[in-house]
Design a protein around this ligand. Structure first.
Ligand code: PLP
Length: 396
């Protein structure tokens, strides 16, 4: 992977910014911006509705984007529904399963609020039981706790593939096997994994996979809900409207199949086209290469951060089984202050706060952290610049 060359595809980088906030949202390459612009400038039309040339082109490109996303995760096109992002995808599942009182949902202490709040609400509405899987001292999943959480009433296991705070990558294949042995469905939050590593839904064994376009070089407001063929019968669409029905007569309607039944109303067409372009861009580079580059940055970052006085890392110090997300506190400094100083002093963009994962912070006694996160356009020099700036701030 030629990082220096691919950096030229990202216009924002020419400002000299050191962008280490890709876990929040990634930068966008020209190919993505161009795909969106072309749609608005050349063939703005609705999809699946018109017979005109522009409408046909819009529909073909939209379905082409679906195919690109399906191929990106090893799925079939009809298993891929466009949503507005990970949050929407998870809520669709939480609202679309026909829960029965007493059903159990297994979640973990490392979830983003988007993969927690929908289950808390569903459990209150339908009389379900939420069971929490605990973590070990490094922030990794405790597999014994997971096994103990599963039982005859487990209906669904919902876990993140990779934590947006610690970067830990969970062994989803092992979790899938355990969940399925108990007759449960598995929902995987792929918001932080799909953009950064090869993900194959068949190998993973997920019934549902949710991810966001904007974290994988695509536009905001677009994402994916993958629903495996086998799990499609267990999900009813929570919202109804145009574009998803085969027949409507008076008080009767018959829905189309997947994925159309999950896409009522006019979809985010421009967003889907941009996301299709992002998936093609990443496939062109190769996700193996993207991951390899990230793991190199992980090794350098952990080495650099380890030597900084007063720095406490939330997450494993070992590079094994983790991605390029580093959440930490600096002794005597509020995380917001550190993030502002990094930006002011060195033009380094990071994030501060709970990163929508308050239970995880509480588990390890952190009242917020600074989070630096990497992607394919980051360099070893940028990681060293981050460490230099942190050293200066810790001495100030
Ligand atoms: N899950 C994880 C692990 C995330 O990191 C995020 C975003 O930060 C989300 C879910 C929510 O994604 P979105 O805000 O794109 O819906």
């Amino acid at each position: 992977m030629d990082v220096a060359k691919l950096r030229e595809d990202f216009p924002v980088l020419s400002s000299g910014v050191i962008y280490l906030d890709s876990a929040a949202t990634s930068l966008k390459p020209r190919a993505v911006v161009d795909a969106v612009r072309r749609y608005y400038e050349e063939y703005t039309e609705n999809v699946h509705r018109g017979m005109g040339r522009m409408a046909q082109r819009a529909t073909d490109e939209y379905e082409g984007a679906r195919e690109a996303l399906a191929s990106f995760i090893g799925a079939k096109p009809h298993e891929v529904a466009f949503t507005s992002g990970t949050t929407a995808s998870i809520n669709i599942v939480a609202e679309g399963i026909a829960w029965e009182a007493g059903d159990e949902i297994v979640v973990t202490r490392m979830e983003h609020h988007s993969n927690l709040l929908p289950w808390i609400r569903a459990s209150k509405i339908h009389g379900l039981r939420l069971r929490f899987v605990e973590l070990d001292d490094e922030g990794r999943l405790d597999m014994r706790s997971l096994e103990a959480s599963l039982g005859p009433r487990t209906r669904l296991v919902a876990l993140t593939h990779s934590s947006n705070v610690t970067g830990v990558v969970n062994d989803v294949e092992a979790v899938a096997k355990l969940a399925h042995d108990h007759g449960a469905l598995l929902l995987v939050d792929g918001a932080q994994s799909v953009p950064h590593m090869p993900v194959d839904v068949r190998r993973l064994g997920a019934d549902f996979l949710a991810f966001s376009g904007h974290k994988m070089l695509g536009p905001t407001g677009i994402g994916v809900l993958y629903v495996s063929e086998a799990a499609q019968d267990s999900l009813q669409p929570p919202w109804l409207g145009g574009g998803m029905v085969e027949e409507v007569t008076g008080d009767y309607y018959r829905l189309l199949g997947f994925p159309q039944r999950l896409e009522p109303g006019t979809p985010n067409i421009a967003g889907a086209l941009g996301l299709g372009a992002a998936a093609r861009y990443l496939s062109g580079i190769g996700m193996e290469g993207v991951l390899e580059h990230e793991l190199e940055l992980v090794r350098v970052a952990l080495d650099e951060l380890r030597g900084i006085e007063g720095l406490s890392l939330l997450g494993p110090w070992s590079p094994r089984g983790r991605l390029g997300i580093f959440s930490f506190s600096l002794r005597g400094r509020h995380p917001d202050e550190v993030a502002a100083l990094l930006s002011e002093m060195s033009g380094i963009e990071v994030r501060s706060g709970y990163h929508c994962a308050q239970p995880l912070h509480m588990r390890y006694g952190f009242r917020g952290t600074v989070r630096a996160s990497t992607y394919l356009y980051n360099t070893v020099d940028e990681i060293r610049a981050l460490a230099d700036s942190l050293r200066r701030i810790s001495r100030m």
